[in-house]
Design a binder for this molecule. Structure first.
Ligand code: AGP
Length: 613
């Protein structure tokens, strides 16, 4: 997720752009850059574009531009959350075409950028990014009409974009286009703004227009024209933003954790986009850096992670064993290297980490490499240490996760491991039909996630009912046991309520002694192969008069016989259940913590990335 800002008007653009980037820093800050059209001299009417880029936070860029005379009243700027290409200055936006007259900033993922780049062999590229390819593609179609060049170029593109294009020969306009990544136009008096969200413009105007997918905008000082996919001029409603700056960064949500919980359907789509092939019923994760024969030779998989990432890994274990038939174990990274792990050159070790900086996980990576395993990363932060020290892997594309309690990164980690399990499985024992069923079910997940999130208010009511409990038990069986663990961790780490999690069948071997009317149980009893077994376990819980919150499959009429409080989730394939079942537990923990007055984004004692062992 990157941040875009653009300005066209009568004011100096630079301070508006830098200030706007600062308000978008929450969208990512690997690197940043600005480009401004400088009028060389009013007589000759010659314009040129000057650009400055810097790695790191916006302050680095602000320092760099301080001594430069970047005068001009038209400009664009960008703060980067890397998805393609490392965190280096050459990869920072804005990106130019060959002649230095056309420049672009972009948020999104161009899936077919490699194919497009191949077809532009006469072009000289200086970065590793998909965005630069887009700049050259637009330039290759430019013949004096900037908007037409953008429209033509985008007709060849697969992927997502929120982009703004500027051209030295067209100082009177900015062209913007949106497909899958947000863009907002700020309406001023003889000046206009454009940005990834409203925050950069709130200091100047609260009148905005939201671009919809497929729309393209021609933004001039004296007016804005918006066209639809058929290139018809359309009229847009101008809205009044009520948010203040901070609210706008959270896009209207009370805090980052709630925003990130609701980000999950969108970022899940980003995780699987361009990585599944329904026709062949398989997945393809390019960064694995293993041949098919090497993949077939793997005799054991080890998933190393910490905290929430380790519970995602436990879901991955079920997927790899069931689909690929490869023995898979999950190890807390902090334990891995102290137990003398048995590693061979037929062992594949995945390090799973949102931050890519967790010291325990990094140490485990180094130990696994030392012992000769294939070591790959499943990481969110591009260019992070674990991403760089593993010999390949996959970015989960969850976007910046700013709340300390991990939510959207968890579901995207699960998504990537399911894709890997399908990819390995289709090389071995997964049939075309099964692969197609899995891919179809995956493509239905975002809509089903939204259905779960629509129960926010009902879950909030349950939190109100149980918020004063001192303890809570979470139960799940099979692939839902890791979900119970994650739900338990979410509750304890943000509400500070003591919570335990057990496999449903394990309860009777001791933990059931804890249950009482004051010790409620949150149980996952969805319609899968373990439904009847779980139902018996819940009868045992009920007999001890522990109040029960049940997570059940839509249409399960028996659930109400077992529990007064039932949350229903849509049905899906068993391996995909954690992608849906985790969301109610995230919301339950979130609302409980808010009602208890906790700082849900920054809980006590915790850090977003634990870089000490
Ligand atoms: C998640 O809610 C926790 N804050 C914590 O367990 C976290 O998952 C763990 O520290 C691992 O972090 P990583 O994914 O960045 O490696």
């Amino acid at each position: 997720m990157c941040g875009i800002v653009g300005y066209i008007g009568n004011k100096q653009a630079l301070p508006i752009l830098i200030g706007g980037l600062r308000r978008l820093e929450y969208r990512g800050y690997d690197s940043a850059g600005v480009a401004i059209i400088k009028i060389q001299d009013t007589d000759s009417k010659i314009q040129m574009i000057e650009s400055v880029k810097a790695v790191g936070k916006i302050d680095m860029l602000a320092d760099k531009v301080k001594d430069k005379k970047l005068d001009g009243t038209v400009g664009i700027a960008h703060t980067r959350w890397a998805t393609h290409g490392g965190v280096i200055e050459q990869n920072a936006h804005p990106h130019f075409g060959c002649d230095g007259k056309l420049v672009i900033v972009h948020n999104g993922i161009i899936e077919n950028y490699r194919e497009l780049k191949e077809k532009m062999k006469d072009h000289k590229f200086v970065s590793e990014t998909d965005t630069e390819v887009l700049a050259h593609l637009i330039e290759s179609h430019y013949d004096g009409d900037l908007k037409l060049a953008v429209e033509t170029a985008l007709s060849h593109v697969r992927g997502t974009y929120g982009l703004v294009v500027m051209h030295a020969d067209h100082p009177e306009e900015l062209i913007a286009a949106r497909l899958g990544s947000p863009l907002v136009i700020g309406m001023g008096e003889n000046e206009h703004y454009i940005a990834s969200d409203a925050t950069p413009m709130l200091a100047y105007t609260k009148k905005v227009m939201f671009l919809e997918d497929g729309e393209i905008a021609e933004i001039k000082k004296d007016g804005v024209k918006i066209y639809n996919l058929k290139d018809e001029l359309i009229t847009k409603h101008i809205e009044e933003i009520e948010w203040n700056d901070e609210q706008a960064q959270k896009q209207g949500y009370e805090n980052f954790m709630l925003k990130e919980i609701h980000d999950q359907p969108t970022v899940f789509e980003d995780a699987i986009r361009g990585r599944v092939n329904l026709e062949e019923g398989t997945a393809h994760l390019g960064g694995l850096n293993m041949t098919d024969d090497e993949m077939r030779s793997i005799e054991r998989i080890v998933l190393i992670a910490c905290g929430t990432a380790s519970y995602a890994a436990m879901v991955g274990k079920y997927a790899f064993e069931r689909l690929a038939g490869i023995p898979t174990e999950v190890d807390y990274a902090s334990e891995f290297r102290y137990r003398d792990p048995i590693i061979t050159d037929k062992t594949l070790v995945f390090a799973i980490s949102q931050s890519g900086e967790t010291a325990d996980t990094l140490a485990a990576v180094r130990e696994a490499k030392r012992k000769g395993a294939f070591v790959r990363g499943i990481v969110n932060v591009v260019g992070s240490t674990i991403a760089r020290e593993t010999d390949g892997g996959t970015y989960i594309h969850a976007g910046p996760e700013l709340a300390v309690a991990s939510t959207k990164a968890y579901t995207n980690m699960v998504a990537i491991m399911i894709l890997y399990a399908i990819q390995f499985g289709r090389l071995k024992r997964v049939t075309l039909a099964t692969g197609q069923r899995l891919i179809t079910a995956l493509l239905e997940i975002p809509e089903k996630m939204n259905k779960v999130l629509e129960q926010n208010d009902k879950i909030k009511d349950l939190a109100q009912k149980y918020k004063d409990c001192k303890d809570m038990m979470f139960l799940g069986r099979g692939i839902n046991y890791p979900v119970a663990l994650e739900g338990s961790l979410k509750l304890k780490e943000i509400s500070y309520i003591h919570a335990e999690a057990y496999p449903g069948g394990e309860m009777k071997h001791g933990p059931i002694a804890l249950l009482s009317p004051e010790f409620p149980t949150f149980a996952i009893m969805v319609k899968d192969q373990l439904y009847e077994k779980m139902r018996s376990n819940i009868e045992e819980v009920k007999a001890r008069k522990s109040p029960i919150i049940l997570l059940a499959t839509e249409g399960d009429n028996c659930a109400k016989e077992l529990a007064e409080d039932v949350i229903y989730v849509p049905d899906t394939m068993e391996l995909l259940e954690p992608l849906l079942n985790t969301l109610p537990l995230q919301l339950f923990a979130y609302h409980t913590a808010v009602m208890l007055g906790r700082d849900v984004d920054r809980p006590r004692n915790l850090a977003k990335s634990v870089t000490v062992e």
